[in-house]
Each structure stands twice: as structure tokens, then as C-alpha cells.
Design a protein around this ligand. Structure first.
Ligand code: NAD
Length: 482
């Protein structure tokens, strides 16, 4: 008998304790060599005065065991702690969120009987970096942060995953026709890394039409890699069209730690009734067993679950108008089928998967080197609720010098000076772009002088963004008409 692997387990809130008990029952009956350390996280911990929803001891357990099986938690609405999921993913460096969505038709009806898609979602960056500001009464900003190393790691992970699991194609979704720099970087890195995997087909879709196609003909996709927000939305869609969000599990993988969970939430209205479906968490647990190298147990559990579904044993959410069983009854049905395989659905086999650990190693090719960086201008954001675009533009233009002169003023990304349209709606926040004439570079001192003149003229600046040229190319979004 292998030594038992310590894992950290949180039973969570709402239906969490019920589906966790059912899942652990199946794992132990299947012979999983695991030793759970239970931690409390979520609502109770928050209400007990730990503002992050997690205690020091819980972090200590997570950092020691490095494997976390987590039931859903309730996130307080309209305040309270930040999403504990986001905090856990970022604090433990869990950069890859892997969410398989498989159809079990005809046992679980789906309009897409042949779909078998894996979403690989970037898990730490994008709008989930959580960098938000209110700068003026009218305007709030969230920063969409995409880094080259973050993109390289997740995209490489997607290709390694495809190669390891014998998948044929990796598709990338971005919106780089609009977000040319941020999504543009993700797409560019995708093309670079795809070239290192000639055995795997690579394609890119603009996210909106890509998701429409995915919802219509998901069987045409295989592995899909996406920045964080698109991946969050897309993975719920694929889970739902495969059969139900209640079935899908997810793995959050980092270099040192990993977290496994269901994709659904704590369903508080169903709590305490013993009717919730433990399948999503069980699928997360199966991914955990593969991650910790207990391949034969993962295979036994997964095949027994498939057989249970084939035998028509369902919780209420899947049964619809067919007879249903409760959470623990479902778990016992899976246990009764341990050692059996499905007869019509495709059985799984994780054994011999020692080679299957997906690793996104550091890039093999040289990283992009920037040999020259020049400061060429500045965007100064002003708060002003009184002046018209024309009046504000004229006053600000007068503050320019030979070194830094006004190029344009825009409002919510639309140019309003010079030559603005009276029809354009203006908020109380104005972006004033100053650049050095004739493409010269400027000194930080010139920017400070400009800010002083702006203050002396009675304007309030709320944010400043430097404009750079890297290797002779502007690396900021151009204003309208520039
Ligand atoms: P939810 O996924 O908890 O539930 C939506 C509905 O789906 C439920 O009312 C229920 O009818 C059904 N459902 C979900 N899981 C089920 C299961 N296992 N068996 C049977 N039916 C199931 O979504 P929600 O109601 O929007 O969120 C509830 C709470 O969960 C919120 O506080 C939210 O923040 C939190 N949440 C947590 C996580 C997580 O911890 N990973 C993820 C999503 C939401």
C-alpha cells in the first residue's frame, strides 16, 4: 500500500459539505491513498473576523500539502472579502485553469452528443488582476493586465496538455482586433509557441464569433486557450451545453501547488437537503488523483461514475422528469460499480500515465529583447465637470510647449478636441495627449513641468500614463485620427 498523500480539504459552504462527504466516500472506497487535512474557509471564517475568509493555519496547510480539494464557498455580495477563489489562485500561483467539458449523450441529453472540449483558461492576469480605480465621480477603470511571461506559460501549458493527452488541435480566442496591444500580445505569443508544436494544429478565432461557433458546433474544437475573463465565460457555456454545469470539474495548476474543485457554486438554496449532485466535485477529485499519480484509482472512479450514469442513476438536476436519487445514494451507486466499466460511453484509462504530467517549462527560445525605450509623450487624465470639450481643449492646448505639445483630447476613447462633434457624450474625465513634436523623445523633467503648468492653470490631473517607443515603434494605443 502506497504511503498516504496528505491533501488539504475544505468542505466549503451551502451544498459543499454534502458533496464533499459523498466525494470522499467514493475516493476512500476506491482505495485512494490520501490523508485529508480539513481546513475551514469561506463564510464562517469571514464572519468569525478573518477578513480574507481564510486563516493563517489554512494557508500553512495548503503550502505544506500543495494539493487542495475544495468544495464551493459562498462569496458575500455587495462587499466583504474579495473572491477567495481568485485570492487562492493568485497567492499559490495557480496559473492554469483546466476545465474539460464532455457530452454523456444520450444518458445525459445534449444537443452536442460528440463534444469533448478542454478549456485552458489563464488564471492570474487579465481583468482578474483586480486593479481597479475610481478616478472621477463619473468614471471607474479596471486594468486589463496581460504579461508576456504569463501568456507564454499558459499557452505552452495548453500545447503540452494537447500533446500529453493525444489531442490534435489548440485554438486561441482573443479580441485583438480591438485590444491590439493586450490581446494582441496573447495572440502573438500563441503564434510563436504554436510554431514549436508542428504536430498540433493551431488556429485563432476572434472571441465573439469563436464562442458563437463553440456554442453551435463544439465538436469542432479540441483544446481552447484563452485569457482569464473569456475563459471564465466560455467554460460555463461549454459545461452547460455538454449537459450541465453541475457535472464539470476543474483543475487549477501551479508550479508548486494545485487546487481541484467543481465549476459550480455553493447553491445555498439546495443546502442541507441531501439532493445536490456530487459529480462536478468528483470530476475535480479525479483530476487530483491523476495529479498525485494515483492513476489506477482515478481510472476506477471515473469508469464507475460513467457506468452509474449509463445505468440511469441521476441526482435531481440531471434526472429532470426521470426518477432521482440523493447525494449519498448516488455516491453509493458509484461505489457499487467500482471495478466496472461503461458499456456504451468511452471508458477512461489513466494508467501508464506517468508520462502525463503536463509541465509548461521555461521558453526554449530567446525572450523578446527590447534594445531601445524612449519616452515620447504623456497622456494626462483630467477631472473636469464644468468646461465644454472645445473650451477645455483650448485651455489645455495653451499649456503645451515646444517640448511637449497637445495632440488631442479624448473622452471615453473618442476624440473631442480638436474638431470634436457636438453629438459626442462627454463624462467628467478627459485624456489629454501631449507628444514631443517631430517624433523627438522627451525627458521626465518635461513631463513634471507640464504637470506643474496644468496644476497652476487650476486643472486637477487624476492619472498620468507615459507614452513610450520601443525599438522605434509606439507601444500605446493611438488616439483617433493619429
Ligand atoms: P451555483 O452554481 O451555486 O448554483 C446555481 C444553481 O445551479 C443552483 O441554484 C442549483 O439549482 C444548481 N446547482 C449548482 N450546483 C449544483 C449541484 N451540485 N447539484 C445540483 N444543482 C446544482 O451559483 P450561484 O447561485 O450563482 O452562486 C451561489 C454561491 O456560490 C455564491 O455565493 C457564489 O459566489 C458562489 N460560487 C462559488 C464558487 C466556488 O467556490 N468555486 C463558484 C461559483 C459561485
Amino acid at each position: 500500500m502506497a504511503a498516504k498523500r496528505p491533501i488539504t480539504v475544505a468542505k466549503g459552504d451551502g451544498i459543499g459539505p454534502e458533496i464533499m462527504d459523498a466525494t470522499l466516500h467514493i475516493l476512500f472506497e476506491a482505495g485512494a491513498a490520501i490523508e485529508p487535512e480539513f481546513i475551514e474557509i469561506g463564510e464562517k471564517v469571514y464572519l468569525a473576523g478573518h477578513s480574507a475568509g481564510i486563516t493563517e493555519e489554512a494557508w500553512e496547510s495548503l503550502r505544506r500539502t500543495k494539493v487542495f480539494l475544495k468544495a464551493p464557498i459562498t462569496t458575500p455580495q455587495g462587499g466583504g472579502y474579495k473572491s477567495l477563489n481568485v485570492t487562492t489562485r493568485k497567492t499559490l500561483g495557480l496559473y492554469a485553469n483546466v476545465r474539460p467539458a464532455v457530452s454523456y449523450h444520450p444518458f445525459i441529453p445534449s444537443k452536442h452528443p460528440n463534444m469533448n472540449v478542454v478549456i485552458v483558461r489563464e488564471n492570474e492576469e487579465d481583468l482578474y488582476a483586480g486593479i481597479e480605480y475610481q478616478q472621477t465621480p463619473d468614471v471607474v477603470q479596471a486594468i486589463k493586465l496581460i504579461s508576456r511571461p504569463g501568456s507564454e506559460r499558459i499557452i505552452r501549458y495548453a500545447f503540452e496538455y494537447a500533446r500529453t493527452y493525444g489531442r490534435k488541435k489548440v485554438t486561441c480566442f482573443t479580441k485583438d482586433n480591438i485590444m491590439k496591444l493586450s490581446d494582441g500580445l496573447f495572440h502573438r505569443v500563441f503564434d510563436e509557441i504554436a510554431a514549436e508544436y508542428p504536430d498540433i494544429e493551431a488556429e485563432h478565432w476572434i472571441v465573439d464569433i469563436g464562442m458563437a461557433k463553440m456554442a453551435d458546433t463544439p465538436e469542432q474544437f479540441d483544446v481552447i486557450v484563452m485569457p482569464n475573463l473569456y475563459g471564465d465565460i466560455a467554460s460555463d457555456i461549454v459545461a452547460q451545453i455538454a449537459g450541465s454545469v453541475g457535472l464539470a470539474g476543474s483543475a487549477n495548476i501551479g508550479e508548486q501547488c494545485a487546487m481541484f474543485e467543481a465549476i459550480h457554486g455553493s447553491a445555498p438554496r439546495r443546502a442541507g437537503q441531501g439532493i445536490a449532485n456530487p459529480s462536478g466535485l468528483l470530476h475535480g477529485a479525479i483530476m487530483m488523483l491523476v495529479h498525485i499519480g494515483q492513476y489506477d484509482v482515478a481510472t476506477r472512479v471515473h469508469n464507475a461514475w460513467l457506468r452509474t450514469i449509463e445505468d440511469g442513476i441521476f441526482t435531481y438536476d440531471i434526472a429532470k422528469d426521470r426518477p432521482s436519487v440523493g447525494t449519498m445514494e448516488f455516491a453509493r451507486a458509484v461505489v457499487e460499480r467500482l471495478g466496472k466499466k461503461p458499456e456504451q460511453l468511452q471508458p477512461v484509462d489513466y494508467t501508464g500515465a506517468e508520462k502525463r504530467e503536463v509541465r509548461a517549462e521555461a521558453p526554449a527560445r530567446p525572450v523578446e529583447v527590447v534594445s531601445s525605450r524612449e519616452l515620447v509623450g504623456v497622456d494626462v487624465f483630467l477631472y473636469n465637470a464644468e468646461l465644454s470639450a472645445a473650451d477645455l481643449g483650448a485651455k489645455v492646448e495653451a499649456l503645451g510647449t515646444d517640448e511637449l505639445s497637445l495632440v488631442m483630447v479624448d473622452n471615453r476613447g473618442v476624440k473631442v478636441y480638436p474638431d470634436g462633434f457636438p453629438e459626442t457624450f462627454c463624462s467628467d474625465q478627459w485624456r489629454c495627449r501631449f507628444e514631443a513634436p517631430d517624433g523627438r523623445s522627451v525627458t521626465p523633467g518635461a513631463v513634471r513641468d507640464l504637470l506643474s503648468r496644468i496644476e497652476d492653470a487650476g486643472f486637477e490631473w487624476v492619472k498620468v500614463e507615459n507614452l513610450y517607443r520601443f525599438d522605434g515603434k509606439p507601444v500605446y494605443s493611438l488616439g483617433q485620427g493619429q
